[in-house]
Ligand binder design. Structure first.
Ligand code: GLN
Length: 539
């Protein structure tokens, strides 16, 4: 029997609903159950692939090539399982499917209406994901907050599920309790209002996860219990924590897992979170640090620095650092500064390692190329991810192969020496303006050459990694690059595409056409990140 837990947000977004969902999943896994998770994004976009990372945060990619919300990354990292297209629902996807069915006469002449047909489609997708993943528990995170117009139809789907299988459905409200500095007291009223609003959608939360700067004390728990129709034990205190990996442990202090099982009337089958606790305890005990710089462009909005655009990179650095017995100090470095003032490059010396992550378009590219050159010439460990690999190849072609005009066709459409070129099928798609979901996406095989850094990391010759790109190393220049010393240490066997390039005689200089960061888990750090951090520590 599958149980469904809906996770709904109250008061405001950005309080960690995704990580709360992942943490509930981790706790239930720890009690011996199989868990899967679904993210519902209320926007009309069919997927996240067409959105700017500054707008949306990282675009996560699954093995089956779904470009989705970064929360799926959190789910995968906590649940240590790989998810698919079925775990991601958007308004765009739901309407697209309903309209498609209508055109195929699948509603058999009925008038197709927003209600019930849209919520019914949502419900069938939720159930399908649960069946496919053979889950005891399906967690469904509804994006946005209660009271928004956008997620109403998803709340309606949740309500309909509760009314048809009440014993199998639970609602968790992740709400925010502000502590305004001018008052100095934690306020419960916004959460009370959120619960009332949820009630108007026909939903009574079973549990409130009370997110706040501080732990929720007894008087406030009493208030929430009285005004929101809940037992005291159903209010889980969730104060800010140092690391997101503390959260399952924190929830368990208020016995969230047992409370959920009690409500469903089931007993736990396993013992809780032992390995997870061990990892978190180890992480908190680490003293040694490693300084990593990330040269990118998707983090500045107005006066604020966003970290969400590169969240998987950030997490992968953490996992690999812990495996190396250290904690990372990460600095965001804006690529454009290196073209404005080349002197800024000198500051890269202060870092133990530099990462150039994925990206699109020409803004910042020349700055990244200069940073890569600086790392190559000054023997600073360098790790290029996707665009990072492509620009490392451009830099090498220009400055080592002496091909001054070398570039990527993404940067210059009429490139004379396109060492990075658009893949033929991608050129057609771009001409036809078919942008959505058409890149080379998802998992592809790669054969690793023995005796290389890549092999040292993976310790095997056949791997599979996730991709998201239209451009690729141009094989016409491969001999020239190899003769000058670049090693193509990973190649896709089906299309002979270069997937990993590296330089010998350097502490670590390696780029991947794929995104290794998507497959790094706290318990299972990514081997390339582990090697990169190891080399960085030596510096
Ligand atoms: N813009 C490059 C491409 O399309 C790199 C993409 C990426 O970094 N994910 O190939």
């Amino acid at each position: 029997m599958t149980r469904y837990i809906f996770i709904i947000g109250g008061v405001m977004s950005g309080v960690g609903k995704g990580v709360a969902t992942a943490s509930i999943g981790k706790i239930l896994q720890g009690k011996g159950f199989s868990v899967t998770a679904i993210k519902i994004d209320p926007y009309v976009n069919v997927d996240a692939g067409t959105m700017n990372p500054i707008e949306h945060g990282e675009i996560f990619v699954t093995d089956d090539g779904t470009e989705c919300d970064q929360d799926l990354g959190n789910y995968e990292r906590f649940l240590e399982r790989s998810l698919s297209s079925d775990n991601y629902i958007t308004t765009g996807r739901v309407y697209e499917a309903v309209i498609h069915k209508e055109r195929n006469l699948e509603y058999e002449g009925k008038c197709v209406e927003v209600v019930p047909h849209i919520p019914e489609e949502v419900i069938s997708r939720i159930k399908r994901a649960g069946q496919k993943d053979k889950a005891d528990f399906v967690l469904i995170e509804i994006g946005g907050t209660v009271g928004e117009y956008q997620n109403m139809l998803f709340l309606e789907a949740a309500r309909m599920m509760k009314s048809s299988i009440p014993e199998s459905v639970l609602f968790v409200l992740v709400s925010y309790l502000p502590v305004p500095h001018m008052i100095g007291e934690m306020k419960t009223k916004p959460t009370q209002t959120a619960v009332r609003t949820l009630n108007t959608a026909g939903i009574q939360p079973d549990i409130i996860i009370a997110r706040s700067e501080l732990p929720v004390d007894e008087p406030r728990k009493n208030k929430l219990s009285l005004f929101c129709n809940l037992n005291l034990a159903d209010i889980i205190s969730a104060p800010d924590v140092e690391s997101i990996y503390d959260i399952p442990i924190n929830f368990e202090q208020d016995k969230l897992g047992d409370r959920i099982l009690e409500k469903f009337g089931i007993k736990r089958k396993g013992q809780d979170l032992r390995e997870w606790r061990r990892l978190v305890a180890k992480m908190h005990g680490l003293k040694k640090t490693v300084r990593i710089g990330i040269v990118g462009k998707y983090f500045q909005t107005g006066n604020f620095t966003l970290m969400d655009s590169y969240i998987s990179v950030l997490e992968a650095i953490k996992h690999a650092s812990w495996a190396n017995g250290c904690i990372p100090e990460i600095t965001w470095l804006s690529a454009e500064q290196y073209t404005r003032s080349p002197k800024a490059l000198e500051a890269l010396q202060e870092f133990d390692g530099i990462i150039v992550p994925g990206g699109f378009g020409s803004r910042g590219a020349e700055g990244k190329i200069r940073a890569i050159q600086f790392c190559r010439e000054n023997k600073i460990p360098f790790f290029g991810l996707c665009l990072g690999l492509q620009l490392a190849v451009v830099e090498f072609a220009r400055n080592v192969c002496d091909l001054k005009d070398a570039t990527s066709r993404e940067l210059k459409a009429r490139a004379k020496i396109p060492v990075i070129d658009v893949m033929p099928e991608q050129e057609v798609l771009l001409k036809e303006k078919k942008y959505g979901g058409t890149m080379r996406l998802g998992a592809y095989d790669c054969i690793i050459q023995k005796g290389t850094k890549a092999f040292t990391a993976y310790q095997k010759t056949k791997i599979s990694e996730r991709h998201r790109h239209r451009y690729e190393l141009n094989n016409e220049y491969r001999d020239e690059l190899e003769e000058a010393g670049m090693i193509m240490s990973g190649v896709n066997p089906d299309r002979n595409l270069v997937e990993i390039a590296e330089l010998p005689n350097h502490p670590f200089f390696l780029g991947t056409q794929f995104h290794p960061e998507f497959k790094s888990h706290p318990m299972n750090p990514h081997p390339l990140f582990v090697e990169f951090i190891k080399a960085s520590l030596k510096k």
